[in-house]
Design a protein around this ligand. Structure first.
Ligand code: NAP
Length: 279
């Protein structure tokens, strides 16, 4: 039986990913600084999430100065590699051609495996986008990464990057999106959907704020689900979109995985959507 039983097909990668992923910001340290104090718990949480079918994992070279990638590398050991989808990112200070290559190789070392999706973490204003994309092409050619994408980009920026490619294309975009942060509904999400790309929604739990939301809790009682499971399932119903809630604790991971394998009714989905829409 495959690890992930609730998946969505994404045309740009010609394959399926779990409908909910796992984020790792704050695990293994902070902004370029490692923290080794909780390694066993972090690895345990990620392994539990994989067991429960959240096989897409998001990390970055910046997270803990690479230590988050090391934790991901430890957590995935022993699982069938082809069932996992590992996402990592290069920080914009490494967006020059040679630096991108160096960063990706270092990430691969820390992960102990190839990278499924490699993202430019933020736009790098001082580096021509085509220079970074040229390095991305080289990484695909060399088998270090399978797909490439962008994080924190608008449609104009995505189009600029796509124009750099002759052989490949942008497969994914990772931006901030939640029920309370819906800017991308106007342009980036429809664009990504039209082009068959993957959209990774970061900070989907608004840092945990939804846990105590009374409206979501009330909807959840119909399904025997928590407020967090309702909001995550709301994202599951959006084409091409995968939320990546932070996966730092076993109890959170177990709760988040409970958002898979069922669906909100159309009426409840609409009611939630309208309730949180900024009037
Ligand atoms: P988030 O997932 O919306 O919220 C994380 C917070 O929610 C943490 O405090 C976590 O608790 C808590 N949490 C997780 N599951 C919970 C549950 N079931 N019930 C209650 N609270 C829960 O925000 P995020 O970490 O900012 O975003 C998610 C991921 O997106 C990151 O981990 C990172 O991988 C990625 N990201 C990417 C970018 C980018 O620029 N590309 C930017 C930000 C984030 P604990 O702290 O106790 O674990």
């Amino acid at each position: 039986m495959p690890l992930s039983r609730d998946t969505k097909y994404i045309k740009s990668i010609s394959g399926r990913v779990s409908v909910i992923g796992m984020g790792t910001w704050g695990m293994g340290g902070g902004f370029w600084s490692p923290n080794y104090s909780n390694d066993e718990d972090w690895v345990r949480a990620l392994r539990r999430g994989i067991e429960l079918g959240m096989t897409l994992i998001d990390t970055a070279e910046m997270y803990g100065g690479g230590h988050a990638e090391e934790l991901v590398g430890r957590a995935i050991r022993g699982f069938p590699r082809e069932e996992l989808f590992i996402v990592t990112k290069v920080w914009p200070n490494h967006a020059r051609y040679d630096d991108v290559i160096k960063s990706a190789r270092a990430s691969r070392e820390r992960l102990g495996t190839y990278i499924d999706l490699y993202l430019l973490h933020w736009p790098a204003p001082d580096v021509p986008i085509c220079e970074t994309m040229r390095a991305f092409e080289k990484l695909i050619n060399d088998g270090i990464v399978r797909f490439v994408g962008l994080s924190n980009f608008d449609v104009g920026g995505i189009e600029d990057a796509r124009h750099c490619f002759s052989k490949y294309d942008i497969a994914a975009v990772e931006n901030r999106y939640s029920l309370l942060h819906r800017v991308d509904e106007a342009s980036v999400i429809p664009y990504v959907q039209r082009n068959g790309m993957l959209y990774l929604a970061y900070t989907p739990l608004e840092k945990g704020e939804f846990a105590s939301n009374e409206f979501l809790r009330r909807v959840g009682t119909k399904y025997g689900k928590t407020a967090i499971q309702v909001v995550l399932n709301w994202y599951v119903n959006i084409d091409n979109l995968v939320p990546i809630p932070k996966a730092g604790r076993v109890e959170h991971v177990e709760e988040n995985a409970g958002a898979m394998g069922w669906r909100l009714s159309r009426e409840d989905w609409e009611a939630i959507s309208n309730h949180f829409r900024v009037k």
